[in-house]
Design a protein around this ligand. Sequence first.
Ligand SMILES: [Zn+2]
Length: 257
Amino acid sequence: MLFDTHAHLNVKQFAEDEAEVIQRAKDHGVSRIAVVGFDHETIAKALELSKTYKGIYPMVGWHPTEAGSYSDEVEEKLIKLIQIENIVAMGEMGLDYHWMEDPKEVQIESFRRQIRVAKELKLPITIHNRDSTEDVYRVLKEEHVEDIGGIMHSFNLTPEWQERFLNLGMHISYSGVLTFKNAPEVKESAKRVPLDKVLIETDSPYLSPMPYRGKRNEPSYVRFVAEEFAELREMPLEEIAKITTHNANKLFNLMEE
Ligand SMILES: [Zn+2]
């Protein structure tokens, strides 16, 4: 069984066929999917999906490209949801200096505030990092993320950076990027990552793995990420499936199936 630890089944690209997509995932052995909410609309939909389908686990947070709208009101809403719903992690949160929708200081502020909420409520966090590695690292370290741990989502950095994030107690989650030919450093990091710290994800509908690169991604494709990882580690796929699913269940505090 596989666990897709990061998917956005809660966005418009899946509005027409979410049931089929979830069924297809199950048919391919993907029995659990973490659906990530990052603003009002996607949070509501993530919660709805988790109540409609078995094996869907919601995460809630405020995306760095939405940092300007993070407010006391938003924070209170997140806290309330975490207290009453079965939320497995907080996120995605982090920094995005590629789109730079809001100034760095604004992004860093909403990032820090969310980490503090997660620590208060004892939930792991999921990190979005785009062209902002230095600052993400600094904030995680300053806020002592090791108390709760979390996920470097869609990891696409060097083995050296991986080492640094691992030292902060973070998990490393590989997406379809691992299957890309032009990602030798990511493949190298996958060869070295401790097996008790590795997770797999799709980031659907984005980042489709080979051979579907460029098409809409979906959770059933997480098997391509698992296959690539198994090949890099020269281990059987079943073993990789078992390990990554166990890691996800443990981090998200879920019972094994
Ligand atoms: Zn995401």
